[in-house]
Design a protein around this ligand. Structure first.
Ligand code: NAD
Length: 492
């Protein structure tokens, strides 16, 4: 909810003004128009949310899981009813196309669907007679009050990687969305308010670093889920751990696809172009580097350059548009200076998307698709997450060389191979050091019932988001060893 253009927090079942005088503007990145102001909530706001969640927890954890998931069925239905409207909001504050916005919301809803299976998914296990007359049981119990801190690039989906599982497992939840895109969750919480959940079970606190620090230091909050850039993920993980909290922190990426000469070049190019330029390259599963092996070089390079040239860039609400702007003017500057550093390191700009001027959207933060050829594998560009529509090309002679380059990255979010050879595919799947692998797939995003894996500097923690890992993360395991001596039994 907004009051005089300023976003409110949702704490203890009520919309409340943040206890701060500091606000940031939220912009439409296609027009640079200010859409609203977001508060940088204080430690008092975080405390109010954590205390509301703490008070709600005893009753919520006693609510049968079959009853808890009824709220999620309702949430799924409300999100589906309002899908178009929320997707438009995502496009307006985040810049991606409407089709991409609808897609991300759909992927978020799939997590609600999986979490509605909690009565089965939360089951423990047991063994009778671990010793004569003694039985042992494992129960899963909720952790308590948990929090999630999310990034700008999927304002609808990423909070839904956490909220449904946290609630279904019997936890109370505090969300801190990205200050760059707070409007989507503000609207989703309008719908959450209609669910009739007990006050304090879910809370929304807007803000940035100070708000995050207050969450990390709050003694009531027991577990932290984070998604964002690697330096912040590492920081959040360390500070949460130092405070004795459970943490799962997903970081940045530098994803590589390898193209073998026997790949279907038409299909490969189409898929890689979508992976590199979809969401303006602002996906943690975007392809940032393509390595061609042997004779794949010429056909792939020619086709991908053509795909970059012809991609239609503009305002995401225009149905003909295939790629929107990047998130901020700082981001545009950063991407353009990384392109420049790549060129200085010897790369050839086959398609140069800098200085984009989009008619009617001259103030927007647009970078057109960019292809840099013969990028120096040792250089800064090849190692840095760009998070924009920029694809670097490298060319090698063998699959082994390509896999070595994939594995030299400090990141390990995703690696993909394009081939028609089963043996090459198996070798790649076996040897590539990344948590999400695609074989003839460009965005290897796990479905909600699989964990969103990620290795090396792309992830800090052990239990990932989604699927069974989410249930592990949001529950404590309690083992009960039980003896009932015969002599205590009455005979009936
Ligand atoms: P970010 O790290 O700047 O911000 C993420 C969250 O952390 C935001 O809520 C922000 O308010 C907070 N934050 C920012 N700086 C902070 C600081 N110094 N201390 C404490 N909190 C801070 O990330 P972003 O720019 O919003 O998102 C893009 C990044 O997220 C990219 O690196 C991308 O690869 C990554 N990402 C990763 C995944 C994944 O699954 N691994 C998914 C989506 C995005």
């Amino acid at each position: 909810m907004l009051k005089d253009g300023k976003l409110l927090n949702f704490i203890g079942g009520m919309w409340k003004e943040a206890q701060t005088s500091t606000y940031l503007k939220v912009y439409d990145p296609a027009t640079a128009e200010a859409l609203a102001e977001v508060p940088l909530s204080s430690a008092q706001d975080v405390d109010a949310a954590a205390q509301a969640a703490r008070l709600a927890w005893p009753a919520w954890r006693r609510t049968p899981p079959t009853d808890r998931v009824q709220y999620l069925f309702k949430l799924k239905s409300l999100l589906e009813q309002h899908l178009d409207e929320i997707a438009q909001l995502i496009t307006r504050e985040c810049g991606k196309t409407l089709a991409e916005a609808k897609g991300e919301l759909q992927r978020g809803i799939e997590n609600i669907e999986v979490a509605t299976g909690i009565p089965s998914l939360m089951m423990g296990y047991n063994v009778e007679d671990i010793a004569r007359g003694i039985d042992e049981h494992l129960f899963r119990q909720p952790v308590g009050v948990v929090a999630a801190i999310t990034p700008f690039n999927f304002p609808g989906m990423i909070p839904l990687w956490f909220l449904p599982y946290a609630l279904a497992c019997g936890n109370c939840f505090v969300l801190k969305p990205s200050e760059k895109v707070p409007l989507t969750m503000n609207r989703v919480f309008d719908l959450i308010e209609q669910l009739g959940l007990p006050a304090g079970v879910v809370n929304l606190v807007n803000g940035a670093k100070e708000t995050v620090d207050a969450i990390l230091d709050h003694p009531v909050i027991r577990a932290i889920s984070f998604v964002g850039s690697s330096p912040v993920a590492r920081y959040v993980y360390s500070r949460a751990a130092a405070n004795g909290k459970r943490a799962q922190c997903q970081g940045g990426a530098k994803n590589t696809v390898v193209v073998l000469p026997d790949a279907d070049m038409e299909m490969t190019t189409r898929i890689v172009a979508d992976s590199s330029f979809g969401c303006s390259g602002q996906r943690c599963l975007a392809t940032s580097v393509a390595i061609t092996v042997g004779d794949a070089r010429k056909p792939f390079t020619e086709r991908i350059a053509e795909a970059a040239h012809t991609r239609k860039v503009g305002y995401g609400l225009d149905p003909a548009v295939e790629m929107g702007p990047v998130i901020t003017s700082e981001s545009k500057q950063r991407i353009e200076s990384l392109i420049q550093s790549g060129v200085q390191e010897g790369a050839k700009p086959l398609v140069d998307g800098r200085n984009a001027a989009i008619p009617g959207y001259e103030n927007g933060y647009f970078v057109r698709p960019t292809i840099l050829d013969e990028v120096n594998p040792e250089g800064n560009l090849a190692r840095t997450e760009i998070f924009g529509p920029v694809l670097s090309l490298l060319h090698v002679k063998t699959v082994d060389e390509a896999i070595r380059l994939v594995n030299e990255s400090s990141y390990g979010n995703m690696a993909c191979l394009f081939t028609s050879s089963g043996a090459a595919a198996r070798k790649f799947r076996y040897e590539a050091q990344a948590g999400n692998i695609g074989i003839n797939i460009g965005v290897a995003a796990p479905m909600a019932f699989f964990p969103f894996s990620g290795w090396k500097d792309s992830f800090f923690g052990d239990m990932h988001a989604q699927g069974r890992d989410a249930i592990e993360f949001y529950t404590e395991k309690k083992v009960v060893v039980e003896r009932w001596p015969k002599e205590w039994s009455r005979t009936f």
